[in-house]
Design a binder for this molecule. Structure first.
Ligand code: NAD
Length: 471
């Protein structure tokens, strides 16, 4: 079985396990579970040296119960039809959990981006967009991509530009893709959003005293020993926010290896070292581990896999020492590993909830693109003025003069980034407790993944029931 096929099986098994706890009709459940549309294309591109190469690319739209569909585009050499379907299904459940009104989708091109020049990647990206548009698999009201492994704001800008070229005069065209650079219609705070959302979600989970006590941990993030696997977009920002929140980074892993220091690693020093030496190993103040996988087995409180699927397996799960496994990546824990971790009393905070910060802020970006105005632009100065007048009134009544610093703190009007981060925090905090309630209602017989899936299935089922069947 390919990695993608095993991954799809993994997502569907989680669905089936949760479906048994729901009251829904089996045909409705089967309809929710099935992928609605799957697009495959192959196309030639010209390499810089004149050779022609045939590319293989996919887009899966798992659910149309809410439109547009939403999901990243992955550039990796094991992308296949199963993998995009697995990731698209996860997107449906993720959007439902955080009340983002989209169906799930995912796309990918089978290539290792390190083996292509920037010009080649641009030609591949633009041709892929052309194929998606031709088949109605892209558009602000149809299907809106975002980054995933191997893609980032640069690719999103190429995607936006290609789409707007193909659709001249389409007023909402910029809403065709999210996580664009801010200057190309993006939103402040999107780059950090997934990692920041991971932090908010874990902080909320760690704030529940009785759950922490059951794990033998104190409440809060302060002093927690954390290991992060993957220092890409999600892993880097997750590590950064945990370090800023008072956690101690005791281990970091990348594709070239892993390093550790039980007293703590300085993230920015590690990043600077990696940039300079083109690798993580031999970093001052850290010990090299025998393999990159060894980081997953380090002594720590919180393990954050933030790289790829199927990293914690039946083979290494018995040696995982963390009390909390936080799935910043999609699908990093296999079903067999899930069972082993549960039996060992390890809590897994599932991907569908914990890495939903990215799609949440992508939703804000899409709303901004449709509104054609930056969040905060209309009210920021008005708020500053109102708070200023309030302070003057208090000064008048009390006779006390506020310092410049106090005035600045109170009269700060919300910027776009303030509003985005606040909306993200509200979303992650608000989404955790309904999942936890289902989890606790079932006693020890259920894990958080199953609880999250039940909440997601209930929401999607309600949509389908209300919409009815066409024709
Ligand atoms: P990325 O390409 O920016 O980073 C992935 C990193 O993992 C790379 O630096 C890569 O070198 C490293 N890596 C690969 N194999 C590894 C291994 N075996 N051990 C250690 N490191 C390894 O990708 P990303 O956007 O950060 O995505 C990471 C995960 O998070 C994926 O599962 C993705 O689906 C998921 N995710 C991403 C977002 C997002 O907004 N980007 C949102 C939700 C979920």
């Amino acid at each position: 079985m390919s990695v993608g096929a095993s991954f799809l099986d993994q997502v569907n098994r989680a669905f089936d396990r949760a479906a048994r706890f729901t009251p829904h009709d089996p045909t409705l459940l089967a309809n929710i579970k099935a992928c609605k549309s799957l697009f495959y294309t192959s196309f030639p591109i010209k390499r810089d040296d004149g050779r022609i190469e045939v590319m293989h690319a996919w887009r899966a739209e798992h659910s149309h119960h809410k439109l547009p569909c939403k999901g990243g585009i992955r550039y990796a050499d094991n992308v296949d039809d199963h993998e995009v379907q697995a990731l698209a299904a996860l997107m449906t459940y993720k959007c439902a959990l955080v009340d983002v009104p989209f169906g799930g989708a995912k796309g990918g091109i089978r290539l290792n981006p390190k083996q292509y020049s920037s010009g080649e990647l641009e030609r591949i990206t633009r041709r892929y967009v052309f194929e998606l548009v031709r088949k109605n698999f892209m558009g602000p009201g149809l299907d809106v991509p975002a980054p995933d492994v191997g893609t980032g704001p640069r690719e999103m800008a190429w995607i936006a530009d290609t789409y707007t070229q193909l659709r001249p005069g389409e007023l909402d065209a910029l809403g065709c893709v999210t996580a664009k650079p801010v200057s190309a219609g993006g939103i402040r705070g999107r780059v950090e959003a997934t990692g920041r959302g991971v932090f908010y979600g874990v902080r909320e989970a760690c704030g529940v005293k009785e759950d922490m006590k059951a794990l033998g941990l104190s409440p809060g993030i302060e002093g927690k020993r954390v290991v992060v696997q993957g220092m890409g977009n999600v892993g880097y920002f997750a590590a950064k926010f945990f370090q800023e929140g008072g956690a101690v980074l005791v281990g970091l892993a990348e594709s070239e290896g892993a390093i550790a220091n039980p007293k703590g690693l300085d993230l920015e020093r590690v990043v600077a070292h990696r940039r300079e030496k083109r690798g993580l190993l031999d970093c001052p103040g850290a010990t090299n581990l025998p393999s990159r996988e060894a980081a997953l087995e380090l002594e720590c409180d919180i393990l954050i896999p933030a790289a790829l699927e199927r990293q914690i397996t039946a083979e290494n799960a018995p040696r995982v020492k963390a009390k909390l496994v936080v799935e910043a990546a999609n699908g990093p824990t296999t079903p067999e590993a899930d069972e082993i971790l549960a039996a060992r009393g390890v809590t897994v905070i599932p991907d569908a909830y914990i890495n939903a910060g990215g799609v949440t802020v992508s939703y804000f970006e899409w709303v901004k693109n449709l509104g054609h105005v930056r969040f905060g632009r209309m009210q920021r100065r008005f708020e500053q003025g109102a708070y200023g007048r309030l302070l003057e009134a208090v000064e008048g009544v009390t006779g006390r003069r506020f310092s410049a610093a106090e005035i600045e703190r109170v009269t700060h009007g919300a910027s776009e980034e303030d509003l985005v981060n606040s909306g993200l925090e509200e979303t992650m905090v608000g989404a955790y407790h309904p999942i936890r309630e289902v989890w606790k209602r079932q006693g020890d017989s259920m894990d958080l993944r199953t609880a999250a899936m039940i909440v997601a299935i209930d929401k999607v089922a309600l949509s389908y029931e209300q919409l009815g069947i066409f024709p």
